[in-house]
Design a protein around this ligand. Structure first.
Ligand code: ATP
Length: 443
């Protein structure tokens, strides 16, 4: 029998054989399953191993981790485990299971099952295949739902008509695979999908779960195509109750990010998915963004960055004002998270605005003073408030290239503190003439 694994990397096959032999020795049946099988059949390289085990998966995981000298992480709650080999290869292990849905769109009850049960619980025929890796049947494809035929016909098909009712997140998954692979959602499947949307079943899914699936769109190569398709189907209402999506801004951002990513430093540094995500939300108001952040449970950093992108247009306008000094740019950009800055960067093609964000990130934000608080205290001004303000003013002057060396900083500090101190004294005399005033400086 021809082995489907022949198409894979040698290392991948050797590892699968090792696991299969070890399973034989210990009396387990093991399979490669799901999306990996789809990708193997499509001839894709660099795959992680997704393995299901018939029987006690966690005991098997512990034993094989020892044999492979792999790092083991167990997820007791889900009865799954991840092994990480020395060379970084990941192996995910899960038990074969069956799932029962008590009602529409709620999480299923999970219990141990056979490999056939495990394939039946899956989303689409192309994701519902397994390859045996036990020695005797090594490489045999289990394809109960004609997944390989659907792969050849470039078609996304559900396994049964209740599929989108049981789990409406599959709407997003259908679109993702359709767009990623250039396939078509098969006619009956598309009817069921639309039916599920018409009956508002997608609204029953808990927003964080829905969002986790939607977020995967932003990790795909052609984000715009995916989002355009889901917009056409009105299939994601986690951002907007009517399924409206601001495609226009997304398209602009996608094109800009392509250019930015040609710079290797940015390509490495960028967390791009939030940038695409934010672009869909720039026109929302504060209340809507706060509500969304809470509903989909964004972490604090993402939440803060999302709130900040509302200032995008005003910030970009100021960045293009030629009259602004470097120190003013510094003060303008300082309050923003690096993610919000990256968003502004992806939202403009104005050369001056781009240069100024670049300058802020790579120069201004790294400038430090040669003098410190102690130097200023030693001048005889012990008030931390005044010293703090003076240091800040000195930094702005240094950013504007008005202070070249430490001696210039000390000289300027002397002037600033003298002026600030005498102003403070005037204020104190003005507000407290009863003679109770405490000398701030004590000299
Ligand atoms: P990707 O290449 O994007 O990682 P994948 O198919 O491997 O795609 P995963 O989300 O990692 O996607 O899921 C692994 C497998 O688990 C799927 O191939 C599918 O068989 C099954 N699966 C995942 N989510 C669902 C779901 N909501 N309903 C049914 N089966 C699912």
């Amino acid at each position: 029998m021809s082995s489907y694994l022949d198409k894979c990397d040698k290392g991948f096959v050797i590892l699968a054989k090792k696991i299969g032999h070890f399973a034989d020795e210990n009396g387990y049946k093991v399979y490669i399953v799901g999306g990996v099988v789809r990708d193997i059949l499509l001839g894709k390289k660099n795959l992680d191993l997704d393995i299901t085990v018939e029987g006690d998966c966690l005991t098997f995981a512990k034993k094989i981790a020892v044999r492979l000298k792999a790092q083991l992480k167990i997820y007791e709650q889900f009865q799954t485990a991840t092994l990480t080999l020395k060379d970084g290869v990941r192996i995910d292990l899960a038990m074969t299971r069956q799932e029962k849905y008590a009602s529409a769109a709620v999480l299923p009850e999970v219990s141990p099952g056979s490999i056939n049960d495990d394939l039946f619980r899956r989303d689409f025929t192309i994701n519902a295949m397994a390859i045996v890796i036990n020695k005797e049947r090594f490489g045999e494809l289990i394809d109960l739902y004609k997944g390989s035929e659907d792969l050849n016909n470039k078609c996304i098909r559900i396994l049964h008509p209740r599929s989108f009712i049981d789990d409406p997140t599959r709407i997003l998954r259908a679109v993702r695979f359709e767009q990623r692979l250039g396939f078509q959602i098969e006619a009956k499947t598309l009817r069921c999908l639309k039916d599920s949307i018409r009956k508002n079943l997608d609204l029953k899914v808990k927003p964080p779960r829905h969002f986790a699936e939607f977020k995967k769109f932003f990790l795909e190569a052609d984000v715009s195509k995916h989002v355009a398709r889901i917009k056409e189907l009105r299939g994601v209402r986690v951002l907007d109750s009517r399924g409206n999506i601001d495609l226009e801004t997304l398209n602009v951002v996608v094109e800009r990010v392509k250019i930015i990513r040609q710079n290797k430093d940015y390509d490495k540094a960028g967390r791009w998915w939030p940038i695409y995500f934010f672009s869909l939300l720039e026109k929302k108001n504060t209340h809507q963004l706060e509500k969304l952040s809470k509903e989909v449970q964004l972490d604090n950093f993402l939440s803060l960055s999302l709130m900040q992108i509302r200032e995008c247009q005003s910030v970009i306008r100021q960045l293009t004002n030629k009259a602004k000094r470097d120190s003013e740019i510094y003060q303008l950009l300082k309050p923003f998270t690096e993610l919000a800055l990256l968003y502004f960067y992806a939202r403009t093609d104005n050369g001056l605005a781009i240069k100024r964000i670049d300058d802020f990130v790579s120069i201004f934000s790294h400038i430090t003073l040669d003098v410190n608080g102690d130097d200023l205290k030693n001048m005889g001004y012990p008030s931390t408030d005044v010293i703090g303000q003076a240091l800040e003013l000195l930094l702005l002057k240094k950013i504007d290239k008005k202070l070249a060396a430490k001696k210039d900083e000390l000289k300027e500090a002397q002037i600033l503190l003298k002026r600030r101190f005498s102003r403070n004294m005037e204020n104190m005399n003005g507000t407290n003439r009863s003679g109770e005033s405490r000398s701030e400086e004590g000299s």
